[in-house]
Design a protein around this ligand. Structure first.
Ligand code: M6R
Length: 607
């Protein structure tokens, strides 16, 4: 997710662009840039790293002259974070520049076409391709509107694109499809941005740009056009809410926003790896020959990412019949572990910077294992150092407690397992087809759980005063418990434990007393009865019992939550959602700082 801004008015543009971009940093940042039009010259300045690096380079924007400009904070999708790949991008002569948020899906075809026409490319980005498509049609028609409408017709994917032409020094052109863009106006100025907070310091008068509408911004004026170049009338809105609320898309906390983004994140990640009803790992570069040769898999990760590894172990071993070891990266690195060159080493990390996970990866590499990273942040250290990378498509995650990145990692684990099963022929074509269909149905099912979040809110309000909470389950259910328990303790500060249900009576059951909350996760058909008996045992000792299941069998419980039926392999994707909501609501009720829990950091780059 990137952020784009634009300004045209009487004031110097660069300081305003930087200020507006600072309100969009929540969308992710690994580099930033501005382009400012001064007379007929376009000056581009870019910097890798946080926006503060760009601010430093431009003296807060003061050393980039001009009253018309566009800017960008980048969350890399195509090409590593670098100054070269940072936006704005330009045509050959630097007479057309553009910033872009989104993904041009057919950029490779478009790039080849332009290459045949004599174009060369300096970056790995789809945005440079987008800029050069506009350039091509501008040269052909000499009209910005025509150039942009032809761009719309040629590209597939999503975009919010802002373009400046050096021979139109008092104009900014913009267009969007499936990516947000708003326009703000005052008497003498016009603004564009990915999101309202970026311009709230300047105006509250906003236009929402529709899909495939083209905008021409002039000082204090915004004209809208359709694909045929005909002017369209737009309604102006008056923003009444405050900036902080807007950044969270109207949600009170990033965590709740990110929980609600999960259907989209799951579907974005699936869309990358399911093509024509089959798992396709061409983006990862894992060949069938490699998949066939591995004698086993070692997974290392920390925290929630480790919990994904635990789910993967169950799914892989059952579906692919390959030995899988899951390791806490912080332990693995100091244990002198026995590894074998024929094993595949998988490291899972949202940030791609977790020190222990990185050390585990380096250890596995030095032992000669092939390495694969499941990472969310493009160009992060783990992504750079692993032999292969599977990028999850969660977008930037702001809340310290991970939700959507965990969900995207699960999807990564499933698609890998299904591909292994297909290549190693451990599941029939029919079985795999039905599993792929089940995966495709996950976003809708997650959404249906979110639609009923009020019941979890009610439950949380009756449980927020608890001192101890236990989560119990077997197999994949145990893995779900690990994550549910971590979420709760991380943001509510309530003591909580996840227990493999069969282990309770080996000591832990002595902790159960009147009023202890025990949450049983019961999605795995083979073990439901066993865990249900364990729950009975805790109830007899005074526990309040709540259950989370598909609801198909009768289970004892004071409170029962049900999730839609899904193949048990994928139960974690659904069952985790009510548990995330539970932790969230308890944390809110206890007055905690949900997004920034005490003592914790989002990225743990130290041991
Ligand atoms: O960036 P990573 O995925 O490597 O981070 C690993 C853990 O630090 C992380 O999952 C942590 O446990 C979360 N804050 C839990 O919500």
């Amino acid at each position: 997710m990137c952020g784009i801004v634009g300004y045209i008015g009487e004031k110097q543009a660069a300081p305003i662009l930087l200020e507006s971009l600072s309100k969009l940093e929540y969308r992710g940042y690994d580099s930033a840039g501005v382009a400012v039009l001064d007379g007929g010259d376009i000056n581009i300045v870019k910097a890798k790293g946080k926006l503060s690096c760009l601010a430093e380079k431009t003296d807060g924007g003061k050393n980039v002259a001009g009253t018309c400009g566009i800017g960008h904070t980048r969350w890399a999708t195509h090409g590593e974070p670098s100054e070269l790949n940072a936006h704005p991008h330009r045509n050959e002569g630097g007479t057309i520049v553009a910033v872009h948020n989104g993904i041009i899906e057919n950029y490779i075809q478009q790039k080849s076409k332009l290459t045949r026409l004599g174009y060369t490319f300096y970056s790995d980005t789809d945005t440079e391709v987008a800029t050069k498509i506009v350039d091509y049609y501008y040269k052909k028609y000499g009209d910005p509107l025509k150039a942009i409408s032809n761009f719309i017709l040629k590209v597939r994917g999503s975009y919010a694109l802002a373009v400046m032409f050096s021979d139109h020094p008092d104009e900014i052109y913009a267009v969007r499809k499936d990516n947000p863009m708003i326009i703000g106006v005052t008497e003498s100025e016009s603004f564009l941005a990915s999101d309202v907070p970026a311009i709230l310091n300047y105006t509250r008068k906003v236009y929402y740009v529709g899909n495939e509408e083209i905008v021409c911004l002039k000082k204090g004026q915004a004209d809208f056009f359709n694909l045929d170049g005909e002017k369209i009338q737009k309604q102006i809105s008056n923003i009444t809410w405050d900036a902080e609320k807007a950044e969270k898309g109207g949600y009170p906390h990033f965590m709740l926003k990110e929980i609600h983004e999960q259907p989209k994140v799951i579907s974005d990640t699936l869309n990358c790896f399911i093509k024509n009803g089959e798992i396709n790992l061409s983006e990862v570069g894992l060949t069938n020959k490699e998949i066939k040769k591995y004698s086993g898999i070692v997974i290392a990760a920390c925290g929630s990412a480790y919990h994904v590894g635990v789910v993967m172990q169950y799914v892989f071993e059952s579906l692919v019949r390959i030995p899988v070891r899951v390791e806490l990266a912080s332990e693995f690195r100091y244990r002198n572990p026995v590894m074998n060159k024929s094993q595949l080493f998988i490291v899972i990390s949202q940030s791609g910077e977790t020190a222990d996970s990185l050390a585990a990866l380096r250890l596995a590499k030095s032992a000669g294992l092939s390495t694969l990273a499941i990472v969310n942040v493009l160009g992060s250290t783990i992504a750079r150092e692993a032999n292969k990378v599977l990028y999850t498509k969660a977008g930037p995650e702001i809340s310290v407690a991970t939700t959507k990145a965990y969900s995207a990692q699960l999807i990564a684990g499933y698609v890998l397992a299904l591909r292994f099963a297909r290549v190693r022929k451990t599941a029939s074509k029919e079985e795999l087809k039905s599993l792929v269909a089940e995966l495709s149905g996950l976003p809708e099912k997650v959404q249906s759980i979110l639609d009923k979040k009020n019941s979890m809110q009610r439950f949380a309000s009756s449980m927020a005063g608890k001192k101890d909470v236990f989560f119990i389950g077997r197999g994949v259910d145990y893995a779900i418990c690990l994550e549910g328990s971590l979420k709760l303790k991380e943001i509510s500060y309530i003591h909580s434990e996840a227990y493999a249900a069969g282990e309770l009576k080996h000591g832990t059951i002595s902790l159960i007393e009147d009023g202890t909350l025990v949450i049983g996760v019961l999605t795995q058909p083979d073990t439901i009865e066993k865990t249900a008996s364990n729950l009975e045992e805790t109830k007899t000792r005074g526990a309040n019992v709540a259950t989370l299941s598909f609801g198909s069998r009768k289970i004892t419980g004071d409170v029962k939550f049900t999730i839609p039926q899904v193949n048990p392999y994928f139960a974690a994707s659904l069952a985790v959602v009510p548990l995330q909501l539970f932790a969230y609501y308890v944390s809110v009720l206890r007055g905690n700082d949900v997004d920034k829990p005490r003592n914790l950091a989002k990225s743990v780059t130290v041991e």
